[in-house]
Design a binder for this molecule. Structure first.
Ligand code: EPS
Length: 390
């Protein structure tokens, strides 16, 4: 089983991720991992923190001579901002603790501040927001990059693009080549394949900047090159759609997920929604008349592109704060404001890629197993031959 965990707080010393169960022999490029970390930091609407941080992965175990060796992989990413916080959030309350606390006592509507403080019985939400922060996703992106590298060994690529920012939506389907080109750009605006739409998206973020507000949106993750047969219909927890939904909604600020054209499907009749089945006798392959199912039927991949969307609410830290309550006095008060982002939709897409890649790598290894990449490939090739002769 492929397992992963993260640790780390927004203003702690570093973020940590472990990834256990990747076969030995997977080539690893730290530059590639860092490129994914860089992509997560981009986009018009990011806050001041991204000017402080230059996220870099330090792989401390599980990789030698640019290959996985089968042992648990641990990755560290330093928080450069730690130097400004080490006296505020010291590990031990000794000499270093000069009483420089930064309590958060006016919880932000929409944030984990208040439910977390109640749950953990804190008078100050600081410890809650430190972990609830989306800074944690840096660690997910680092190990997600390893999952993506693993999948690429089998011709599977996972990328994302932005299809909505606030009220502005991309009105046409994106071609895979456009999504690939977007991921190679060194200048990231809002991660949309259509320049005119992207400019209007920028207008929505500009409006949020001007008014002290924030804005959400929709990203789409596409996994290209998947074989049919990953995931399973047999139990609720092996269905790939359910596993992907959890992975996407677990991303900070994501409140909804859509696989394929779920919302449109719910408003339509069956004859307008199902993807018709066709067979190419020369290529000996099935294909579909459309891909409204988003590449999944019965919780199993069907060989079409996997399409998963994440719906982000606007970030809950507002420069023009909303009504809240002062925890010590219980009097009405405006919510706390701490340096924050205004819009993060392209970054959330990169995090979505990482989560989709991790879930796909898990399901892939459940099907094909293998302690070494060679063994996994042999098992995969055997299955591919079986599918060809189906
Ligand atoms: C960050 C995401 C956001 C930023 C954070 C860095 O976290 P949150 O979910 O808490 O709003 O605000 O930066 C800061 C906390 C800061 O000090 O500016 C990220 O994705 O790296």
């Amino acid at each position: 089983m492929l397992r992963f965990e993260t640790a780390g707080e927004s203003h702690g010393e570093c973020l940590v991720a472990t990834l256990i169960g990747l076969p030995a022999g997977v080539p690893v490029s730290v530059d590639y991992v860092d490129r994914q970390l860089w992509r997560r930091q981009q986009g018009f609407g990011r806050g001041g923190r991204m000017k402080i941080e230059t996220d870099r992965a330090r792989i401390i175990s599980g990789v030698r001579h640019s290959q996985t060796i089968g042992s648990p992989i641990a990755v560290l990413i330093e928080n450069k901002d730690w130097k400004n916080w080490q006296n505020i959030l010291p590990v031990e309350s000794k000499d270093a603790d000069r009483g420089e606390h930064k309590p958060v006592v006016r919880p932000r509507p929409g944030h984990a501040d208040l439910p977390g403080a109640i749950k953990y019985n804190y008078a100050d939400a600081r410890y809650i927001l430190e972990r609830a922060s989306a800074r944690e996703t840096t660690a997910r992106v680092a190990i997600g990059a390893l999952a993506k590298t693993f999948l690429s060994q089998f011709g599977i690529e996972v990328l994302s693009h932005v299809i909505g920012v606030g009220p502005v939506h991309l009105q046409r389907p994106a071609r895979w080549e456009e999504i690939v080109a977007l991921s190679q750009r060194d200048d990231v605006l809002l991660g949309c394949v259509d320049a005119e739409t992207e400019n209007r998206m920028k207008g929505a973020v500009d409006h949020a900047y001007r008014t002290g507000d924030t804005v959400g949106g929709v990203f789409e993750v596409v996994a290209h090159g998947l074989p049919a047969g990953i995931g399973s219909h047999i139990t609720w927890d092996t269905r790939l759609d359910g596993r992907l939904a959890q992975a996407i909604v677990s991303i900070q600020a994501v409140k909804g997920v859509e696989i394929g054209e779920a919302e449109h499907g719910a408003q339509s009749y069956g004859s307008d929604v199902q993807d018709t089945i066709h067979y190419d006798k020369e290529a000996h392959a099935f294909h579909r008349g459309s891909n409204r199912a988003g590449g999944l039927e019965g919780g199993i991949t069907n060989g079409e592109d996997l399409i998963v969307r994440g719906f982000l609410k606007p970030i809950s830290t507002l420069r023009r704060p909303l009504e809240s309550v002062d925890l010590p006095t219980r009097e009405p008060a405006l919510a706390a404001y701490e340096r924050s982002d205004v819009a993060v939709v392209p970054a959330a897409g990169v995090i979505g890629e990482a989560m989709v890649a991790l879930v796909l790598a898990q399901a892939f290894l459940e099907k094909f197993g293998g302690d070494s990449l060679l063994e996994t490939k042999r098992n995969f090739d055997g299955y591919a031959a079986q599918v060809r002769s189906f």
